[in-house]
Design a protein around this ligand. Sequence first.
Ligand SMILES: *[C@@H]1O[C@H](CO)[C@@H](O)[C@H](O)[C@H]1NC(C)=O
Ligand SMILES: *[C@@H]1O[C@H](CO)[C@@H](O)[C@H](O)[C@H]1NC(C)=O
Ligand SMILES: *[C@@H]1O[C@H](CO)[C@@H](O)[C@H](O)[C@H]1NC(C)=O
Ligand SMILES: *[C@@H]1O[C@H](CO)[C@@H](O)[C@H](O)[C@H]1NC(C)=O
Ligand SMILES: *[C@@H]1O[C@H](CO)[C@@H](O)[C@H](O)[C@H]1NC(C)=O
Ligand SMILES: *[C@@H]1O[C@H](CO)[C@@H](O)[C@H](O)[C@H]1NC(C)=O
Ligand SMILES: *[C@@H]1O[C@H](CO)[C@@H](O)[C@H](O)[C@H]1NC(C)=O
Ligand SMILES: *[C@@H]1O[C@H](CO)[C@@H](O)[C@H](O)[C@H]1NC(C)=O
Length: 604
Amino acid sequence: MVPGAPRAPSSAWAGWQPLFLLTLEALLPSPAWVCPVRCKCSSQDRSVLCHRQNLAAVPGRIPPACELLDLSHNRLRTLQQGMFSRLQALKELDLSENVISNIEPGAFNSLQRLMTLRLRGNELKIVLAGVFAGLPSLTVLDLSQNKIVIFLDHAFQDLASLRHLEASNNHLVFISPRAFGGLRQLRQLTLERCNLTGVPTGALGQLPHLGELRLKVLNISVLRDYSFRRLPRLRALEISRWPFLATVEPHSLLGLNLSSLAITKCNLSIIPYEALQPLTYLRCLDLSHNPIAAIHGGRLAQLLRLQELHLVGGQLATVAAHAFWGLSHLRLLNVSDNALQTLEEGAFHTVGNLETLRLDGNPLACDCRLLWVVRRRRRLSFEGRQPACASPALVRGRRFKDFSDILPSGHFTCRRAKIQPEAPQWVSVEEGSKARLRCQGDGDPMPTITWLSPRQAWLDAGLRGRVRVLPDGTLEIFYALVQDSGTYYCVASNVAGNDTMAAHLHVYDPSRWANDTFPLANMSANGLGAPVVPLPGLGMLLGAVAMGAVPFLSSVAVCFLFIFLWSKGRGRVKHHATFEFVPRSPGAPRGKPSHGGRLAMRFT
Ligand SMILES: *[C@@H]1O[C@H](CO)[C@@H](O)[C@H](O)[C@H]1NC(C)=O
Ligand SMILES: *[C@@H]1O[C@H](CO)[C@@H](O)[C@H](O)[C@H]1NC(C)=O
Ligand SMILES: *[C@@H]1O[C@H](CO)[C@@H](O)[C@H](O)[C@H]1NC(C)=O
Ligand SMILES: *[C@@H]1O[C@H](CO)[C@@H](O)[C@H](O)[C@H]1NC(C)=O
Ligand SMILES: *[C@@H]1O[C@H](CO)[C@@H](O)[C@H](O)[C@H]1NC(C)=O
Ligand SMILES: *[C@@H]1O[C@H](CO)[C@@H](O)[C@H](O)[C@H]1NC(C)=O
Ligand SMILES: *[C@@H]1O[C@H](CO)[C@@H](O)[C@H](O)[C@H]1NC(C)=O
Ligand SMILES: *[C@@H]1O[C@H](CO)[C@@H](O)[C@H](O)[C@H]1NC(C)=O
């Protein structure tokens, strides 16, 4: 039962109605304007408002001139064929928040002027073909919060003027490829909180004029290649709150010409650079609330016209040098609430066009890299959210606007990268074992460490596989191979400069080594330090002594005996002797022990 209080004005209105009508009748072209009981009418805007009246049926005697009929929040269950056919002037019909579970085909027949139809919050499970027949002017249709499971082929066939379809909060599991056939004018579509398992590519392809598409709260984990074919007019795409979305395939956005793209509150851990590449007309990109950790250098360069980039509330720790290379129109960067310690001027193509910079909510290290922001702090808009320093201790907690124009010494300064210790390293390992070359950098800001391999390849912390650069700068080679041997260079660099150190790696093959001579020749030849060499096995030592050294040593011993004898007769005989050691010829077969060569002695 509806309480008495709200009813009172309604009955009071009813009492005054004849008088009102009398005065208005002359002005109105329509015939008698009699308001149905429990409704409020306004002849001026031709509305009949019957919401929240606990109505189980559409009230009779609705004036045919009515243009707005509000039947929301009632108990309507079924809409029969032709039930509104008398109301030919109707422009807006609100049937939201009823319990409508069944709409007979033809229910809206002959509502030639109807522009807005709201069926939000009902119990619809299916939309039969023909349900929306006879609505040539309909531009807005709201079907959200129903229980529709499937959109069948041709469900919206007759809605040639429809511009905005709202289908959120349904149980939609499937949208048939021809479901949107006939929606030639549709401009906006929202699908939210559905049980779709993929983007309904086929159905969307039937919407040649679609300009805005919102796909929210969906349980889709991969955005597949070619998901949005044949949407030439789409300008704004919003993908939001897909908690499982971790993959955006490289060609997923191919065919689109967007000016605004939002992929927010998903599970993207990297920016889908490749997928973004074709969007050369993009003006606004929003990737907020994704666990994205880095914006890499030069990889957004295709987005020539980008003006706004939002990446709020992520895990952004690095904005690489040249990250915004090519983005000469960038005027707004919103990276608040991330893990950024800095944002270098070198990340931008030009900071000349930058107007708004949201850097608040980041643990900023106030050194020379942020000096450019401080210098521009009066020209840039922080939207009232001043960035603040988290380090160094000297300025912790200070907001940028609190710094005076002439910065005291020690504020916003840097110290060049240095490697400790500077001495070169020598490392020798057996093939198949793990090799580690250490390199520790120091400086302010802490330098990043990269390595240059003997083959001139740069190795950095991004590597995954046999060779890695650990967070402390150590180069680690799992399962070292003989061909990994050579000189590596560690480069520590920060904004203030870089420092380099050489490290020599020797990887030996133990089976070869056992048969051959020591692998020391090259290393000690440099004379720069003692190589780390494991002790040879006892058996091998004995073998070497027995096979090679004994003949040699005995020859030497004989020589010394000669010298000794010779020296005995010194002074009396003025002769001179030269000893010459002729080594074994280089062509001798490998793996055979040397026999010490020949020892020759000449007398002069
Ligand atoms: C859709 O998903 C919700 C849970 O998210 C579930 O309760 C509902 O039963 C699903 N509907 C269908 C038709 O699968
Ligand atoms: C969402 O999808 C994942 C797999 O991607 C599945 O494990 C999960 O049950 C789904 N959740 C709902 C509510 O449908
Ligand atoms: C998001 O991705 C991470 C891995 O990148 C995974 O561990 C996590 O479970 C994902 N979260 C959801 C909700 O799928
Ligand atoms: C893409 O959209 C822009 C407007 O945002 C338009 O100027 C341009 O011609 C479109 N390009 C194509 C290939 O449709
Ligand atoms: C930047 O992001 C924050 C947080 O989402 C938002 O409140 C703010 O409006 C954004 N700024 C602009 C200019 O869009
Ligand atoms: C190191 O600094 C020098 C100039 O000081 C520069 O030419 C060189 O490119 C830098 N190297 C690296 C790897 O940053
Ligand atoms: C080393 O000698 C062993 C036997 O002593 C032999 O089996 C092996 O093939 C040799 N390796 C090489 C590389 O010559
Ligand atoms: C050792 O030195 C020789 C020449 O003296 C050279 O050909 C060879 O490549 C060097 N080996 C290594 C591992 O550096």
